[in-house]
Each structure stands twice: as structure tokens, then as C-alpha cells.
Ligand binder design. Structure first.
Ligand code: SF4
Length: 229
């Protein structure tokens, strides 16, 4: 497993994949990265020390992910990150958080002290697909409600039940309401393979190839495209 990488193409940054405590929800049907979660706080801290030591601050931007939410990193690890942000001169920090922590987003930003973008996995703005198919347990009334919480979201493309129209709507809403976005093409694993819609992914690759040119929208054609995982 590679846990440190430099992203040089778009929004240049260093990225580290840390280990965290188990995801508070752990029930999304498409999620196959929970195996990296652990209850072992010492292991979580050891991995964090090893990987954060590689961060040089060369881009002044750092992303930390942990197969869950940033709030699921132990307190000592959150402290280590905060210290690293200062020591490496980081001016933009990026992390991920699940919907259940939305009332703590401001607290999280305050804690890290530098401008902090919280990536929220919306996956789709279609209520039925998000909750009935993906089991995301994420209910909101409008994209504006989500946009009031964060300017950065993730979408998931290529799972069964989605159509070209729902994907077009999702991308339109992302571009309309959010400054930053990450579109993840569904990467099936043995556990989630039945959920994949390969023809839809093939269509998306052609139809939305132009997203590569958008300065703030990243497309992960496979889930290791950031160089970690
Ligand atoms: S909230 Fe995130 S980490 Fe937790 S089960 Fe869903 S996709 Fe996986």
C-alpha cells in the first residue's frame, strides 16, 4: 500500500493516506476501503508519524485521507497533522469527512488553523440512488444546503441505477454550486462488482473527457489515481 504521493498535474499538493478508526457509518454499499480502518491507536499513530515525516511542504498544500473521516483520526494524530501544517508552511489543508460530522465541520476547520477544505462524498444528488442504492444515509433538501457546509464534494459515477441523465444532472449541480469537485469512476472490487455499470463509465469517459481541463475538478478514472492506495 502506497501512503504518500505528490500530485503535480492539477491543484499541486502532497497527499498522505493514513489509517484511522473505523468509519462511524461503515455501511455504504460501494465502499471497499474499510479494511484499512483499525482500532489500534498505536498503529494509527505509527503510520501517521511515518507518512507525515515525508511531507516537505513543497506545494504549500497538503491532503490527508484515511478511508473514513478526518474526525476518525485519533487526537494525537490530529495534533501531529496540525504541527506538520505549521512546520511545513502549509497554506491549504484538504481532508475528508462524512455527512454525520457536518455539525463539526467548523470546529474541524478551526482546529487545523489554516484554510481547510473538507471533501464531502455526496456521490449523487439523486436521493434514491444515494440512499436506496448506495446506502449513504445522507438526506438533504437541496444542493444549496450542502454548499452551505463545504465548497468541495465528491461524486461517484458508474454504478447500477444511474443513467446518463442523472450523471449529467450531478455534474451540472457540482459545477453550479461547488468551487471544487472530485469525480470518482466506480472501481469495482470482488465485493462490489455487481454494482458496477461499465457501459455508463465508458460513456462518461468520452462525454466528460473535457473535465480534465477544468482547473478545480479532478477525475479519478481509478481509485488509485492520486498515487496512494
Ligand atoms: S462513509 Fe465513507 S468510509 Fe464510511 S462506509 Fe461510507 S464511503 Fe465508506
Amino acid at each position: 500500500m502506497r501512503r504518500y504521493a505528490r500530485i503535480t498535474r492539477k491543484l499541486p499538493r502532497e497527499i498522505v493516506l493514513l489509517k484511522g478508526l473505523p468509519c462511524i457509518w461503515s455501511r455504504c454499499t460501494f465502499c471497499d476501503y474499510l479494511e484499512d480502518n483499525t482500532e489500534d491507536a498505536q498503529l494509527i499513530e505509527r503510520v501517521a508519524r511515518e507518512e507525515l515525516a515525508k511531507v516537505t511542504g513543497e506545494f504549500r498544500r497538503l491532503e490527508v485521507i484515511n478511508s473514513g473521516s478526518v474526525q476518525e483520526l485519533t487526537e494525537p494524530v490530529q495534533e501531529l497533522i496540525r504541527e506538520k501544517l505549521v512546520a511545513a508552511g502549509i497554506t491549504e489543508f484538504i481532508c475528508e469527512s462524512y455527512w454525520a460530522y457536518r455539525h463539526r465541520f467548523e470546529e474541524t476547520r478551526r482546529f487545523f488553523g489554516v484554510p481547510t477544505r473538507i471533501k464531502l462524498g455526496v456521490e449523487t444528488f439523486d436521493h434514491h440512488l444515494r440512499n436506496g442504492v448506495l446506502n449513504k444515509n445522507m438526506v438533504f433538501d437541496s444542493p444549496a444546503e450542502v454548499a452551505a457546509l463545504t465548497d468541495t464534494i465528491c461524486l461517484l459515477v458508474g454504478f447500477r441505477g444511474q443513467t446518463r441523465d442523472t450523471v449529467r444532472r450531478d455534474v451540472d449541480l457540482m459545477l453550479e454550486h461547488f468551487a471544487y469537485g472530485c469525480v470518482n469512476l466506480f472501481t469495482p472490487s470482488p465485493k462490489t462488482a455487481a454494482l458496477a455499470d461499465q457501459p455508463l463509465m465508458d460513456w462518461f469517459r468520452t462525454e466528460y473527457a473535457g473535465l480534465e481541463d477544468h482547473p478545480n475538478i479532478e477525475v479519478l478514472w481509478k481509485n488509485t489515481d492520486f498515487g496512494v492506495g
